[in-house]
Design a binder for this molecule. Structure first.
Ligand code: SF4
Length: 385
């Protein structure tokens, strides 16, 4: 299991080596592969985590500072707004100074898309519907095609065209998908297929349904997001509520968590949502019980120490479970790679679903560490690492 360090889907993660109890993870929807600079999305490629800068793009120093902070946080694709010529002029400098692919976010003005393409961006986000003349859109598509730069069609519930609002009465999921299909049609008419699609809404149910509808009809990769999710922690929770079901059902090829405030939190939240849904597990997961009146050991300090220890394991997708009593403890500890179930001032340790140790509470942490090391050694010996 620990072999999948590159971040591919880890289907065994949720099964925790107990086939008789296994929950097969739903296979990813096979979307067309689209290359965004050094990152490819779709197909079996890892679901990429992206973010967007909050600065005025023309303020190069501030934008670069934010880009570098996002890169430090592990972001894989960065988008910047390009509303003016001045912001477009900053793009070559940003591109030169950053390591992850750069996406230019364009609205209304096709000239900005042309400037962004000339600046060498790796993707543009564009709504053909809000560019006034088709021939202008076609010029952008021609240029993108020449440069093999993909285009994300970003439909937002707030900007669905009048014809679809009139047809559906409001920006329903179907109205959003119809709008997307119209835009996709413009690109496909020009034999352009490096398309990514997003269908964002502030309403989690509307977004969820729109993405589900699109996943049945549209072969292109889906960029998932709940737009303007708000401030942390509610913003992360709202996004997780909206995207969790999609990801569990195999839908989604790249995600952005739209938070108000520090954009680096978007990156952490993106990876955590992928981890929680089993879609991309890059580091250890510590599962711990909330404790209750049945608690038999001093759980909270132990969990804290286990979490600190887990951080030292780096990119190892191992699940460690710490439970406080013999009621649910043994059963749930068995489901983990390494599990601890508390008893009366003692603890039981499980490795791969088998009880391997019983020790006094004071020795639980060191015993757990030894079992984790043993587990990793076995994985290495099996060539899984
Ligand atoms: S594992 Fe035991 S102590 Fe922890 S919440 Fe469940 S019942 Fe309570």
């Amino acid at each position: 299991m620990v072999s999948a360090l590159a971040g591919t889907t880890i289907s065994t993660f949720l099964t925790a080596k107990s086939p008789e109890q296994s929950l097969e993870i739903v296979q990813r929807r096979p979307a067309r592969e689209v290359r965004i600079g050094s990152v490819t999305i779709g197909g079996d490629h890892p679901i990429a985590v992206q973010s967007m800068t909050t600065t005025r793009t023309e303020d190069v120093d501030a934008t670069l500072a934010e880009i570098h902070a996002l890169e430090e946080a592990g972001v894989e694709i960065i988008r910047v707004a390009v509303p003016f010529e001045k912001s477009a002029e900053a793009l070559p400098i940003l591109k030169r100074e950053m390591t992850v692919p750069l996406v230019a976010d364009i609205h209304f003005d096709s000239r900005m898309a042309i400037l962004a393409l000339e600046a060498g961006v790796d993707k543009i986000r564009l709504n053909p519907g809000n560019i006034s003349q088709r021939k202008r859109v076609e010029r952008v598509v021609e240029m993108a095609k020449e440069r093999a730069v993909p285009i994300r069609i970003g439909v937002n519930s707030g900007s669905v065209e009048k014809e679809f609002l009139e047809k559906h009465g409001s920006p329903t999921p179907q109205a959003m998908v119809d709008s997307a299909l119209k835009h996709i049609g413009i690109l496909e008419d020009m034999d352009f297929h490096d398309i990514v699609l997003s269908l964002k809404s502030t309403d989690t149910l509307a977004a969820l349904r729109a993405y589900r509808l699109a996943s049945e009809r549209i072969p292109y990769p889906l960029h998932l997001g709940i737009t303007e999710a708000g401030q942390p922690p509610y913003g992360q929770l709202k996004t997780a509520a909206g995207l969790g079901g999609l990801l569990l059902d195999g839908i989604g090829d790249t995600i952005r968590v739209s938070l108000t405030g520090d954009s680096t939190l978007e990156v952490k939240a993106g990876f955590d949502i992928l981890k929680a849904t089993g879609r991309r597990v890059l580091d250890p997961e510590v599962v711990a019980c909330p404790s209750c009146g049945r608690i038999e050991i001093d759980l909270f300090p132990l969990v804290k120490e286990v979490e600190e220890y887990a951080k030292t394991l780096g990119q190892t997708p191992i699940r460690i479970t710490v439970l406080g009593c013999p009621v649910n403890g043994p059963g749930e500890a068995r489901e983990a790679d390494i599990g601890v179930a508390g008893g009366r001032q003692i603890g039981f340790i499980y490795r791969r679903g088998v009880q391997v140790r019983k020790c006094p509470e004071a020795e639980l942490l060191s015993a757990l560490k030894e079992e984790v090391e043993r587990f990793l050694e076995e994985e290495r010996a099996a060539g899984a690492v």
